[in-house]
Design a protein around this ligand. Structure first.
Ligand code: PLP
Length: 402
């Protein structure tokens, strides 16, 4: 018991310490000038955290560094087994080792699946606004992009099943599902996924479920793996998982793909072999295993910290900046800010956030035109960063007399 308390305290302290990333190549910092026009914005855009990667991951890497040879490695059985056990415990769904493939990146996996399961000219559907590489993965592969817009009601989003059925054409082969959804923060309910699945079954469409954010779920919501809903849906679902978001280890380039159906696996294997991801990296292997075998308590503490950041921002907006509103995300550390109340154009909103508030956020439009009037802020940061962001935003807000 005592051990647990001291661990929690250590984690809380770690979450609130902000090691400088200035002298690294961190994308979030390196691209400030290019994207926001100056280096003095507080960067809260790219979806990684300004929170230390957990010590058990760093220790595993240090131990590996202590061995003086970094040659080729075989992915050990314990790699896939650690993730199988993690998903079983957290989400009540059991993957099989034979279903799984290593991938350095979920976005790479999405591209491969598009190549493996559709042909040039086929249609691929996704629900917009969504993480923008969904769009580029479709169009870069010369597939036709169908955007099935989510229904927005006071900043709350739901799926539009009627429009989906109308939009499906006879060339539609695949649906890209973001679950939980980036950027709108929804953790889809079982009934929603079930209905989506029924439509995909009816029209014989495969589902690629990007579940990279599935461990970042707040109280009151539950992540349902798409493939867990029924055996029939398991057979038409390909799932991408990874520890990159949860444990802030995107730089280790390690994730997995699970394909339960043997015929789909055979199809996928052909493209997978032709791509040759090899076996990943020596550091990726040990970091991945450490995260999934040692990470449960750390993650519980992280979720408390993130919820605190979200609550803090929510209170400050309601109290001091009521023309900017938010729905608390059910999952992910990304908050979708509804700025339509400011009455600014797309350029006006960028000027207000980037030049006046000095905040480097993602524009809503980068997730599709449906995101117009919104900005996305990343709260995977120490509390002091949220306080600084609120203070900058408030100063700009007041000086504009909104
Ligand atoms: C929904 C979603 N999928 C995939 C990724 C990126 O995954 P990877 O770095 O493994 O390509 C992100 C990162 O923001 C994301 O939000």
């Amino acid at each position: 018991m005592e051990k647990d308390i001291s661990l929690q305290l250590k984690d809380r302290l770690d979450f609130n310490e902000a090691p400088s990333r200035e002298d690294t190549n961190a994308e979030k910092y390196a691209l400030r000038k290019k994207l926001f026009g100056s280096d003095d914005v507080l960067p809260m855009w790219v979806a990684d955290m300004d929170i230390q990667t957990p010590s058990f991951v760093m220790d595993a890497i240090s131990n590996r560094v202590n061995h003086p040879i970094l040659g080729y490695e075989e992915i050990p059985d314990s790699f896939f087994e650690s993730q199988i056990q993690w998903i079983k415990e957290r989400h009540g769904y059991e993957l099989q080792k034979e279903w799984m493939f290593y991938s350095p990146s979920v976005v790479a996996s999405i591209n491969l699946c598009i190549q493996a399961f559709t042909d040039v000219g086929d249609s691929v559907i996704t629900q917009s606004p969504v993480y923008f590489p969904f769009y580029s993965s479709i169009t870069n592969n010369d597939r036709h992009l169908i955007k099935n817009k989510l229904i927005e009601n006071d900043g709350h989003y739901s799926m539009d099943f009627d429009a989906l059925q109308e939009q499906i054409d006879d060339k539609t082969k695949l649906l890209l599902l973001c679950s939980p959804h980036n950027p709108v923060g929804r953790v889809w309910k079982k009934e929603e996924l079930q209905r989506l699945g029924e439509i995909c079954e009816k029209y014989d469409i495969l589902i690629l479920a990007d579940e990279i954010h599935s461990d970042l779920i707040f109280k009151g919501s539950k992540h349902i793996p798409m493939a867990s809903i029924s055996k029939a849906l398991e057979a038409r679902t390909i799932t991408c998982y990874g520890p990159g978001k949860t444990f802030n280890m995107a730089g280790l380039a390690v994730s997995t793909i699970s394909i339960a159906d043997e015929a789909l696996r055979t199809k996928f294997t052909k493209v997978y072999k032709a791509t040759h991801f090899a076996e990943g990296t020596v550091f990726g292997h040990v970091g991945f295993i450490a995260a999934y075998t040692k990470g449960a308590t750390w993650l519980e503490n992280l979720l408390i910290h993130l919820q605190g950041n979200i609550d803090y921002l929510d209170i400050c907006l309601k109290e001091y900046m009521p023309s900017i509103t938010m729905n608390k995300p059910e999952g992910t550390y990304l908050v979708w800010l509804d700025c339509r109340g400011l009455g600014l154009s797309y350029q006006g909103l960028k000027d207000f956030f980037f030049k006046e508030a000095k905040l480097g956020l993602s524009t809503g439009v980068s997730f599709g035109r449906e995101g117009e009037g919104f900005m996305r802020i990343n709260l995977g940061v120490p509390r002091s960063t949220v306080e600084e962001a609120v203070s900058r935003l408030h100063a700009a807000y007041v000086s504009r007399h909104f």
